[in-house]
Design a protein around this ligand. Structure first.
Ligand code: SF4
Length: 348
């Protein structure tokens, strides 16, 4: 444990001197910490900064978030992806208003019960905002610990993560729980980088690092190979009737559930049949660029078409001009490039 105390104090000292100035670090507001941690899931820090600033301007506190209109929230989130995150934020905010008077509870187990808050986010909020001894173990922290101890356990296993959560709590210095959490996250995010790129030369714990001493940094962390993604093949349509463009809403369940999209069908379905089913008689059809979009477990391979609508008996779609869509509707990034290309064609 002595060794660990030395390591922890070096990492904390390093953090104090090198921490990046991030908008959510300028206060200990639990709402800011929660929001930033949710935004940072699957998204880079630099990309999150402007989203964070805009979001807290529009929803400066949890009560405002609970009362916000869903379309407004989706628009604020547009480009961050994984829209269920913002929907869960709002559900959790409603619970916080109803049960805790609009303030996040300073209790790990109560935080865990809120929609969208898993062990990592609860650990981050509990330790950073409330100085409680709970660990927040993400990929960055797992990588650092795995290299530091030359740990041969597979970091994709829940049991490895749980074991590190328990060990990190034991290493946390009393009164510095939040700094400890942020310091290890920061070391993983800026120095102990993934993919063969760690900056060991500037690492504060180089001397203690087992992987570095064994000259085996690139062998850690141990990770079992990812499962292959399922491939889906879609045809996506930019349907234009004059200046009006068709949007439709996805079903509530499943991938991108309840979000707006460009009309689409599987590539197994013949194009004329799909258009006929929607009540569309088309004029010119133009091929657009094919697209590929990668989700966590699925990848979409998309053929895209610009369709001049000649006759329109469609009942299910919204027909909107470009400005209204861009101002008021959040379109998932899987459709964004096709949207932009279609708008350019429309203006030719
Ligand atoms: S010495 Fe290198 S591998 Fe070890 S913790 Fe530091 S950056 Fe990571």
């Amino acid at each position: 444990m002595d060794d660990y105390q030395k390591i922890v104090s070096k990492v904390i000292q390093w953090y104090r001197a090198n921490a990046r100035d991030l908008p959510w670090r300028r206060s200990k507001n639990p709402y800011y910490i929660w929001l930033s941690e949710i935004m940072l899931q699957q998204t880079r820090v630099e990309a999150v900064k402007p989203y964070f600033e805009r979001f807290i301007q529009a929803c400066p506190n949890i009560e405002a978030l609970a009362c916000a209109d869903e379309e407004t929230l989706l628009k604020l989130w547009e480009g961050l992806g994984y829209y269920s995150r913002v929907r869960n934020l709002q559900k959790a905010a409603t619970t916080v208003v109803q049960e805790y008077g609009g303030n996040l509870p300073p209790d790990y187990h109560a935080l865990r019960k809120l929609k969208g808050i898993g062990p990592y986010t609860a650990g981050a909020v509990a330790s950073i905002a409330f100085s409680l001894p709970y660990a927040a173990v993400d990929g960055n922290v797992l990588r650092v610990m795995s290299r530091l101890t030359a740990d041969s356990r597979d970091i994709t296993l829940a049991s490895t993560k749980t074991a590190w959560e328990e060990d990190l709590v034991l290493m946390m210095p009393k009164g510095e729980e939040g700094t400890f959490t942020q310091a290890f996250m920061e070391l993983g995010a800026t120095v102990c980088l993934p993919n063969g790129m760690p900056k060991c030369q500037v690492c504060p714990i180089r001397e203690e690092c087992q992987a570095y001493r064994k000259d085996a940094v690139l062998q850690y962390p141990i990770k079992s190979p990812k499962k292959q993604r399922t491939k889906e093949y879609l045809s996506v349509f930019f349907l234009a009737e004059g200046k009006k463009i068709a949007l439709c809403k996805r079903g509530e369940k499943g991938l991108l559930g309840g979000l707006w999209e460009l009309p689409n069908c599987t590539q197994e379905q013949a194009l004329p049949a799909a258009l006929r089913d929607w009540g569309i008689v088309c004029g010119e059809i133009r091929d657009m660029k094919t697209q590929k979009h990668i989700f966590t477990h699925i990848e979409w391979h998309i053929n895209c078409y610009f369709v001049h609508v000649k006759q329109n008996e469609n009942k299910g779609f919204l027909w909107l001009d470009k400005e209204t869509v861009e101002k008021e509707f959040a379109l998932p990034s899987a459709f964004k490039k096709t949207w932009l290309e279609g708008c350019n064609i429309l203006e030719e």
